[in-house]
Design a protein around this ligand. Structure first.
Ligand code: SF4
Ligand code: SF4
Length: 129
């Protein structure tokens, strides 16, 4: 049981999590939805915003690093952003491994600093799934 009932996570909109080296792999459906949101054809969207990697098409990074859609902490495709972005921090690796949870907590100010791994799992079971 949790030690408190505060939300374990509340995004502070700092944009730090969008400054990594990518790894955002939108699905085919997400590509269509984002392209429509940006009023672009799928072909145009792929050419402008995606790049090919051994894992599939990923969202490009800016030259200086960070996701191409991150504009000073604001996601330019927020209403239609890929599922992986919407699900953070409730991602499989963080849910399955306490060390991943601690690593995420240490870099993301959205976590309640008093939140323990057990609290995080409890919150996910109660409010997310
Ligand atoms: S690093 Fe955490 S608090 Fe900052 S924008 Fe990302 S999810 Fe939100
Ligand atoms: S798509 Fe939006 S939420 Fe996802 S990494 Fe890029 S800027 Fe961040």
């Amino acid at each position: 049981m949790p030690t408190n009932h505060r939300p374990v996570f509340r995004c502070q909109l700092c944009g730090e999590c969008c400054e990594g080296r990518g790894g955002i792999l939108p699905t085919a459906i997400e590509i269509e939805i984002i392209a429509r949101f940006l009023k672009m054809s799928v072909r145009q969207f792929k050419k402008t915003y995606l790049e090919s990697t051994p894992l599939g098409l990923t969202v490009k990074n800016k030259t200086a690093g960070g996701c191409i859609f991150n504009d000073q902490g604001c996601c330019q495709i927020h209403p239609v952003k890929p599922r992986i972005c919407r699900n953070w921090p409730f991602l499989p690796a963080i849910l399955l491994h306490e060390n991943e949870f601690e690593a995420a907590k240490s870099v993301c100010p959205g976590f309640d600093p008093d939140c323990r791994y057990e609290d995080f799992l409890w919150w996910w079971r109660k409010h997310i799934i």
